[in-house]
Write a protein that binds this ligand. Structure first.
Ligand code: GRG
Length: 278
C-alpha cells in the first residue's frame, strides 16, 4: 500500500465533504465565506482527513462513516494555519503557495474566517452526512475540543511562543500539543465514528500522538534553516532528531500491531509522516 495512492484515493470524497460543510462563496456575507474557502481550496496534503478514513478502515469500519471527522479535523487544522499566519503570530505572507488569508483579504477578516472555520468544524462533526450515531459523535466532539483547546493546539502554541528553546522533553511536550493532538484526534475520531471499541481508540490515539510528534520533527528536518519556534533538530542535531522520529514511528506502529491487515493503509500513512519530502 502506497501512502500517496491512498491520499489520492481519499481526495474526491474529502473535497466534496469539505465543500458541503462550508457556506457558498457567493452567499452573504460573501467576503467572509470567500475568506473561509481561500486556504481550503486547493488544499495541502489532506493528511489528517486520510488518517481519519484509514483509521475507520483499520477497525473494520466503513471509511464513509469517518468523513465528518475527516472534515472537522481539516477545518480545525486550516483555522490554526490562518491564525498562525497573522501578524500577531508568525506574520507570514504565503501559505500553500498562495497569499495568506490576511494578505488576500485583511486582518480582521482573517481572524473572523478562522473563528468561523473552527466553529464549522464542530457543526460538521455533529451533522455531516454518514451513518455514525449520535453518541459516537458527541464523544468525538469532546475529543476534538480537547485536542484543539488549552490542553492541545492552543496551549501548545502559547508555550511555543513563550519558549526560549528548552530541552528535548520540553520541546516534545510542545509538539505533542501543538501538532500531535490534532493528528491523534483525526485517527481516534475517525475510528470512533466507524464504531471502534474504547480499547481500539486508546491504541490508535497513542499511535497518533507518537506519529504526530514524529510529523513535527520531520517538518523541522525538512525546514532546518527556519529559526522560529521550538525545534528538536536545533536542540539535539539532525542525526539524533532523525533517529528520534524513527523511534516514535516504530512506537506508533507497535501500538496498532494488533489491528491486522486492514490497518495497512493507516500504517502506510504513518510511515509517510516520517518519509515525506513535502
Ligand atoms: C493559532 C491556535 C493556533 C495554533 C497554531 C498549528 C499551528 C498552531 C500553527 C501552524 C504552523 C505549524 C508549524 C504547525 C505545526 C503543524 C504543521 C507542521 C502543520 C502543517 O501541516 P501540513 O504539512 O500542512 O499537513 P498542509 O498544508 O499539507 O495541510
Amino acid at each position: 500500500m502506497d501512502a500517496q495512492d491512498y491520499l489520492a484515493a481519499c481526495l474526491p470524497r474529502v473535497e466534496q465533504a469539505l465543500d458541503a460543510a462550508l457556506p457558498r462563496a457567493d452567499a452573504p456575507p460573501a467576503r467572509l465565506h470567500a475568506a473561509m474557502r481561500h486556504l481550503i481550496f486547493p488544499g495541502g496534503k489532506r493528511l489528517r482527513p486520510a488518517l481519519a478514513l484509514a483509521a475507520a478502515e483499520a477497525v473494520g469500519g466503513d471509511a464513509s462513516a469517518a468523513l465528518p471527522a475527516a472534515v472537522a479535523v481539516e477545518l480545525v487544522h486550516v483555522y490554526s494555519l490562518v491564525h498562525d499566519d497573522l501578524p500577531c503570530m508568525d506574520d507570514d505572507v504565503e501559505r500553500r503557495g498562495r497569499p495568506t488569508v490576511h494578505i488576500a483579504f485583511d486582518e480582521s477578516t482573517a481572524v473572523l474566517a478562522g473563528d468561523a472555520l473552527l466553529t464549522a468544524a464542530f457543526e460538521a462533526l455533529v451533522s455531516g452526512a454518514g451513518p455514525a450515531d449520535a453518541a459516537a459523535r458527541v464523544l468525538a466532539v469532546r475529543d476534538l475540543a480537547r485536542a484543539a483547546g488549552a490542553a492541545g493546539l492552543v496551549g501548545g502554541q502559547v508555550d511555543d511562543l513563550a519558549s526560549a528553546g528548552g530541552g528535548a522533553a520540553e520541546i516534545e511536550s510542545v509538539h505533542a500539543r501543538k501538532t500531535a493532538a490534532l493528528i491523534a484526534a483525526a485517527i481516534s475520531a475517525g475510528a470512533r465514528l466507524a464504531g471502534a471499541s474504547e480499547t481500539q481508540i486508546a491504541a490508535l490515539h497513542a499511535a497518533g500522538v507518537a506519529a504526530g510528534i514524529a510529523f513535527q520533527i520531520t517538518d523541522d528536518l525538512l525546514d532546518a534553516d527556519e529559526d522560529e519556534g521550538t525545534s528538536l533538530v536545533r536542540a539535539i542535531g539532525e542525526a539524533a532528531a532523525r533517529e528520534r522520529a524513527q523511534a516514535l514511528l516504530d512506537h506508533a506502529l507497535a501500538q496498532i500491531a494488533g489491528l491486522g491487515a486492514r490497518a495497512e493503509p493507516l500504517r502506510a500513512l504513518l510511515r509517510f509522516v516520517v518519509s515525506r519530502k513535502l
